[in-house]
Design a protein around this ligand. Sequence first.
Ligand code: PXG
Length: 455
Amino acid sequence: MPDIIRTTGDLQALDSAHHVHSFTDPTVIAGGKTRVVVRGDGCQIWDGDGRRFLDGMAGLWCVNVGYGRQELVDAASRQMAELPFYSNHFQSTTPALTTLAHELSKLTPDGLDHFLFTSSGSEANDTIVRMVRYFWKLQGRPAKRTFISRTMAYHGSTLAAASLCGMPHMHAMDGGTLPEFTHIPHPHWYLHGGDMAKEEFGLQAARALEQKILELGPENVAAFIGEPVQGAGGVIDPPSTYWPEIQRICRKYDVLLVADEVICGFGRTGEWFGAQAYGITPDVMSMAKGLSSGYQPIAAVAMNARVFETIGGGGLLAHGYTYSGHPVACAVALANIGIIAREGLVDRVRDDIGPYLHRALAKFEQHPVVGEVRGIGTLAALQLVKDKTSREIFSVEDGAGIFCREAAYDQGLIVRAVGQSIVLSPSLVITHAEIEELVDKLGKALDTTARHFGL
Ligand code: PXG
């Protein structure tokens, strides 16, 4: 029988003894600083000491329908009672899995009608690397193997997905990327656009892809992958000209266009998928997080007919995970999509809560420590700056992002710090009153930050 652990202090001690955390400095945990989260409801969470927080991140960009949805609990429970597991290997399926694939085909951009399931976004992107290379091999162009992604991209932590990432610390850990992965600069106008108009900068940033393809030789380039809005890289929403130009370049050189919809999917941008918000039709997409609102670990790769039919002609598809299309995860994803559709959450983000959030945050453009307020739908970021006129940002050593994040935490608000930006990704069910609370708490944290840095 497992030991019953009751107090937060006991949990913190055991945690530092036994748990290796994700994206955490282990010395912080060794100091007993683990945050123990015990309960959630709507956009609120509670810690082990009964303290309430407004969760401005929806967990890790994923609890799109909010915490505490009994309907999802019931879907999991029914499926567990009926059939807790069966695999999709060797020509098998389950009703939940096939129904989910069918429902997804109605939501994804035109032509993306075939779905391969995994348990995480990292596995989905890793799978894409294998599938796309396999696709080109079957097309008779086996040299097309290189993936182009962007600096500050986040695509996951498995080997290939980490190579797709564009964050230096991801590569520094284990000695760089795998071969045949390369990066172009990310399209952050405020920091890199100089005097250029936003739209002009968008075109210039996209044309870095064309230069890179020509440098590598189109005959060697498999795909370009990007998040419609770069999430973990700091909510970098590109100028409106960017994605259509990227799509044009991909088509011109017959390079597959892959959208990583792990954060942008399932309503965050005010459309079902970020690709729809930016007017593009990728060849392949990955999705996770909002697919089940994080209630179950499930992700998927969507592919168009050209990719599907090509890999369909290659004989046995030597790829799959024990938990590909896990029936409990599929049942929960189906119920979750049902909630998003029934409650009109996608339209709510586009017409109501997205504009409301961005109007409320816009006032921070006047704040001495904020240079830029950016984002779309329920994705937002505040760029913290030392000097508004020169757009000089804080250094890593200044640590303004982490300082501000902790100040928000002291106010009872969870936000993420990405470098010197504060990012937000609340649940799609956040109310107007909760947005007022969020802005009030964030304002206090920004005031504390400005005072601390003498602004
Ligand atoms: N793609 C994107 C765009 C993501 O945001 C992944 C892929 C990987 O998904 P999995 O399910 O394997 O984690 C993600 C995940 C952060 C942070 O710092 C964000 C993620 C993961 C860890 C940290 O905000 N997103």
